[in-house]
Ligand binder design. Structure first.
Ligand code: NOJ
Length: 758
């Protein structure tokens, strides 16, 4: 079954701000683009061509002088700048003062929102609703484009199976099928129906490829992934992005099987262009071409430029290696003029498609209206509600009654706008999120809501991004101050009827260069949680975080746990909506929650060992504790209950290349309306390779009123039943026996047999 069917609902986001944008010019045909590109290319000098292959820093580094490069046609793109007036000023230099008047392409990391911040991508994946992710990307695009940005370095579509890796926050989690659905949705959201659609951006699928498989979850560490696993697990979201016509791809930093991605021709050319027919351009990650020397791959800068260009890498992000060495390499005949032209073409094509030659400037008079569109905040609130995952709800502790009169809201994440918005803020963005404390106060204006922060939490080793965060830096708390804050928090809880503990991680504890060895709640948070639970109050734990956390103690002792992730601008309102029953949580985990960081990588789609689950040796895989997940992939509760029944196949057999329907009946058996995500898993019992014991091959988020019933049908065909075989070194679909399960998470029990026959 194709996940495209789920996108039908969210094709276009018609916000007020878009409606007032300029009328859309008709998209250029491929022939028109080609003719324009060739005509321009014919007039360009070698230096001007290399200029188009060069991306320079706009504002991040003191002393950056982009205008000089732009004036002489020495830069095709600028990044790390976020100022509409400055965009227009520099564009004027490119368009009015450079010889060929080629407009500059402005790129920036617009990851989960521009002004209106949406939940982090991992959270949006937890919605299991690609339309939600598509709308989030569309709103981000509308705002960023109005501000003058043309290109976002998103979506990040790296599969991440090790929760220690900080960048797990930026992607869709561990599963290739869910990841592919989210990748396609984001490309459509960012780029719109076609590249150059008004109010949209050029998207960039990153980081190609397998960056999420960093050894030990340590950011940037080398990756060793066999080809079969690349093709079956790490590539599908990239392939989906290419199928959705993503205009650009970013190569990863790390070594992939000992060849850095930025110099990996197999990756950037053979797979991306030859196998998949990618027609856009590849940009390196920041400084990555220069880094080829540090990584002990290239001899020197010149060798690095030679090897990156030869690998198929079009644009040098900020390392200045291409402009320094490519002209010389062409002079020596080591790089041909035809290779340079080939690299430049897709970059010029993108500029034509985006309409930059006709409309190079941002309309400064429109920016504020677009950024303050209240519809955007509404979208963000809805997205946050739909992203939350109810992990535990003993004795229906949630939803809380709105009649509660004395509430305490406790914890370091309870009232921090910055951490509510989460990692990857756009440069210069001032956090303005509604915090959980504010959201609860707004929901219960008549109640007494006391707040105590408790002890601060900090990274042991500071983040390299701390310098970009706005506001003064606070000195660390002394142990006495921390103790006083701890006691104050306990006393505040003592005076309340209900305590909402808002614990987790600061924004910069996940994201780039933010890996950690432990997945425990940092600092004294668990100690505080225990002290508050010991008071015998009704306690709800709200997690605000960017990665799975091993909240083992809470999972046994706290009545209710709501995974809110880093929920964005409207996060606090959305948390209050869920806590008090105005929204019913229906999100599901897009990643396994391990019991310990030491268990990473831990994911559901493993191959079976000779001692599978249930066999005598299974329990002793580690003798110091269970290795089962704390919460499995796909897991999440609701305020209502659902019953699955009557799993049936349209036929017990299907021919290779054929397709078979799989249906199940779903009923809301509880008292309130709610959502269930129906999940379909398959397992091939034998074949030329061992296959994972379960693989997600279909899902649908369904809303049902109490007593409501729905039959959900999936189709299993060649796309779902084939895989890339290590033994045969090609895609195969084999006539073998399959297990099929449908249910509410990756442990679904409802089973059917399927035989694939020749
Ligand atoms: C480095 C990050 O790895 C990448 O994701 C980002 O897009 C670039 N820097 C540009 O900021």
């Amino acid at each position: 079954m194709k996940w495209t069917v789920f996108l039908a609902a969210g094709l276009l986001v018609a916000t007020r701000s878009q409606a007032s944008a300029q009328p859309a010019p008709a998209p250029l045909t491929d022939e028109q683009v080609k003719a324009k590109v060739e005509a321009l290319l014919g007039q360009m000098t070698l230096e001007e061509k290399v200029g188009q292959l060069t991306q320079i820093a706009g504002g991040l580094f003191p002393g950056a002088k982009p205008e000089e490069a732009l004036r002489k046609g020495g830069a095709g793109s600028v990044l790390w700048l976020n100022d509409t007036k400055e965009f227009n000023r520099l564009q004027r230099v490119a368009v009015e003062e450079s010889r060929l008047r080629i407009p500059v392409l402005y790129g920036l990391d617009v990851i989960h929102g521009y002004r209106t911040i949406f939940p982090i991508p991992l959270a949006l994946a937890a919605s299991w609703d690609p339309a939600v992710h598509e709308r989030a990307a569309a709103v981000a695009a509308t705002e960023a484009r109005a501000a003058g940005i043309h290109w976002t370095f998103a979506p990040m579509v790296d599969i991440a199976r090790d929760a220690r890796w900080g960048r797990i926050a930026e992607g869709a989690g561990e599963d290739p099928y869910l990841g592919a659905a989210m990748a396609e949705a984001q490309v459509r959201g960012f780029q719109g129906p076609y590249l150059g659609a008004p109010g949209r951006l050029l998207a960039c699928a990153k980081h190609f490829a397998a960056y999420g498989a960093a050894e030990g979850g340590r950011d940037y560490d080398p990756v060793y992934v066999p080809e079969g696993r690349l093709r079956n697990v790490y590539f599908p979201p990239f392939h989906a992005a290419v199928e959705a016509r993503v205009g650009s791809v970013m190569s990863a930093y790390m070594d992939l099987n000992d060849v850095p991605a930025a110099g990996n021709r197999w990756l950037l050319h053979d797979v991306l262009r030859e196998d998949w027919g990618f027609g856009g351009f590849v940009v390196s990650d920041a400084m990555a071409i220069g880094n080829l020397v540090i990584q002990n791959f290239a001899r020197d800068g010149k060798d690095a430029a030679y090897r990156a260009l030869s690998a198929g890498l079009n644009m040098d992000m900020a390392s200045n290696t291409y402009p320094q060495y490519l002209p010389g390499l062409v002079g020596e005949g080591r790089i041909s003029k035809a290779q340079i032209d080939e690299a430049v073409r897709p970059i010029l094509a993108v500029k034509f498609r985006l309409g930059l030659f006709e409309h190079p400037y941002a309309d400064e008079s429109r920016v504020q209206a677009v950024l303050s569109d209240p519809g955007h905040r509404q979208e963000s609130r809805l997205a946050a509600q739909r992203s939350m995952v109810l992990l535990r709800n003993e004795n229906r502790a949630l939803p809380l009654p709105k009649t509660v009169s004395r509430l305490a809201v406790i914890g370091p994440l309870a009232d921090s706008p910055e951490d509510t918005e989460g990692s990857w803020m756009v440069f210069g963005h001032v956090p303005a999120a509604v915090t959980v404390l504010q959201g609860i106060r707004a929901k219960l204006p008549g109640a007494t809501v006391e707040y105590a922060k408790g002890p601060d939490i900090r990274r042991d080793i500071p983040s390299m991004f701390d310098g970009f965060m706005p506001g003064p830096k606070k000195p660390p708390q002394t142990p006495d101050q921390a103790e006083a804050a701890f006691q104050k928090a306990v006393e505040t809880a003592r005076g309340a009827d209900v305590v909402v503990m808002v614990l987790g991680e600061l924004a910069h504890m996940s994201g780039e260069a933010a890996s950690r060895a432990s997945l425990d709640l940092p600092g004294r948070q668990e100690e505080l949680l225990k002290a508050v639970v010991a008071l015998g109050k009704s306690v709800v734990l709200v997690l605000v975080n960017g990665r799975p956390l091993s909240v083992n103690w809470a999972a046994e002792h706290v009545g209710a746990i709501l995974e809110a992730w880093q929920p964005g601008t409207e996060g606090g309102n959305a948390v209050a909506d869920v806590l008090f029953g105005d929204a019913n949580p229906g999100g599901k985990l897009p990643v396994t929650f391990p019991r310990s960081g030491a268990h990473g990588p831990l994911y559901y789609a493993r191959t079976l060992t000779h001692q599978p689950e249930g066999s005598p040796m299974y329990r002793s895989r580690y003798w110091d504790g269970p290795t089962t997940p704390l919460y499995p992939f796909g897991y999440g509760l609701s305020y209502t209950t659902f019953a699955f029944s009557n799993l049936r196949l349209a036929a017990p057999q299907v021919k290779v290349e054929g397709s078979v329907g799989v249906s199940v009946d779903l009923e809301n058996t509880g008292a309130v309306a709610g959502d269930e995500v129906v999940q379909l898993y398959v397992h091939q019992r034998a074949g030329s390779d061992s296959r994972p014991m379960r693989e997600l091959k279909g899902f649908r988020r369904v809303s049902l009123e109490p007593g409501g019933k729905q039959t959900v049908t999936f189709y299993l065909g060649p796309d779902e039943l084939r895989y890339w075989s290590t033994l045969q070194r090609k895609w195969v679909q084999e006539a073998e026996a399959f297990d099929v399960w449908v249910g509410a998470d990756s442990t679904a029990k409802l089973h059917a047999d399927l035989a694939v026959v020749p």
